[in-house]
Design a binder for this molecule. Structure first.
Ligand SMILES: Nc1nc2c(c(=O)[nH]1)N[C@H]1C(S)=C(S)[C@@H](COP(=O)(O)O)O[C@H]1N2
Ligand SMILES: [Mo]
Length: 334
């Protein structure tokens, strides 16, 4: 896998217009366009640093690279707004929590490689005026995919910085028109007994489920992700559609969603069901409240090799989200 040199960082507006191009061309060709523009971009002519006799090296002289089948990963910038480096594509796609496949983070990617994600539908119903079954192909057309660079903080005290592609969940919820009785949103992962090796074991209650309060679900930071690093999601990251809630511990960001339901009461969720004292329903990132078995004060940034960094309240999104939790005691676990 090629690393993206920092010299080829693409200005935001160019990146965005490429995204439109991507929609028009379809992902494969657009991915190639991204790769050729953002990753392989070289100055038109490189002149040797000194001397009049030097010949400019023009692009035409370089051997033409064969078109690659898999587009190269690409992002609009190489750091988040706090200056933390993006986690490498290889790390994001090979160090995964996806318990349907394996409890071993390195084993998920190979086990999930052939997980079928097409065709795919997402059923959105419950307390809504227009229950709808969305086809994933229509979702790609219906919503503009934007890049969101977010920190992902796992409850196990490791983290990543991920350039997601996706769209705000509120845009999808708006389409189904929640009724005034809807107070929470419930999510469910596909239960595929044939392709998910661990769902036949009864150590957990399957399918994987999650939930948000309606205001959390409608918050603009909450996205449904379709890709990362300018490419479609791979199965290990929750293809074709997964939730990303950046101010909450990673287990809230449920993968491979097939069902979304608007409900009146706080739904039962996978980890909360399993061990309520360890995994709360709210699960907002909070360095002051330790997990019963380990500290939450710091975290290891996967692949960065810089030791532990401070964990931030609401994972650094305090300004955007704190008002939703006014009056909550920040010294206890929810
Ligand atoms: N269906 C499902 N979704 C899931 C999980 C899982 O085991 N199954 N693990 C969660 C946890 S604990 C984390 S930290 C993130 C990891 O996402 P990533 O592998 O894309 O980094 O996915 C979350 N979503
Ligand atoms: Mo996690």
């Amino acid at each position: 896998m090629k690393k993206i040199p920092s010299s080829s960082i693409t200005p935001e507006h160019i990146y965005r217009s490429r995204r439109k191009f991507l929609k028009w061309m379809g992902i494969g060709a657009a991915g190639a366009a991204l790769a050729s523009c953002a990753v392989d971009e070289k100055p038109a002519a490189v002149t040797a640093p000194s001397g009049e006799n030097e010949t400019p090296v023009s692009e035409e002289l370089e051997p033409q690279e064969a078109p690659t089948e898999t587009p190269l990963p690409s992002a609009s910038q190489m750091t988040d707004e706090l200056g933390r480096q993006l986690t490498r594509y290889e790390d994001i796609t090979n160090y995964n929590n996806y318990y349907e496949f394996s409890l071993n983070k390195g084993a998920v990617a190979p086990l999930a490689r052939d997980f079928p994600t097409r065709p795919w539908t997402i059923e959105v119903d419950g307390l809504v005026n227009t229950p709808t079954i969305f086809d994933m192909e229509d979702i790609y057309q219906m919503f503009d995919e934007e890049e969101r660079i977010y920190r992902l903080r796992c409850v196990e005290a490791w983290s990543m910085v991920v350039p997601w592609l996706g769209f705000p969940l509120w845009k999808l919820l708006e389409k189904v028109e929640p009724t005034s009785d809807a107070k929470y949103v419930y999510f469910e992962t596909k239960l595929d007994e044939e392709n998910m090796p661990l769902v036949n074991r009864d150590m957990f209650v399957w399918p994987y489920t999650e939930g948000l309060r309606l205001d959390e679900a409608m918050h603009d930071l909450t996205i449904l992700s379709t890709g990362l690093y300018g490419q479609r999601l791979l199965p290990q990251n929750g293809a074709p559609l997964r939730l990303v809630v950046p101010w909450k511990y990673g287990f809230k960001s449920i993968k491979s969603i097939v069902k979304i339901k608007l409900v009146a009461d706080q739904p039962r969720t996978f980890w909360n069901n399993y061990a309520p004292q360890e995994y709360g329903f709210y699960a907002n990132v909070n360095p002051k409240v330790d997990h019963p078995r380990w500290s939450q004060a710091t975290e290891t940034l996967v692949g960065a090799g810089i030791g532990r960094v401070e964990t931030l309240l609401y994972n650094g999104y305090e300004e955007e989200v704190a008002s939703m939790y006014e009056g909550m005691d920040l010294t206890v676990w929810y």
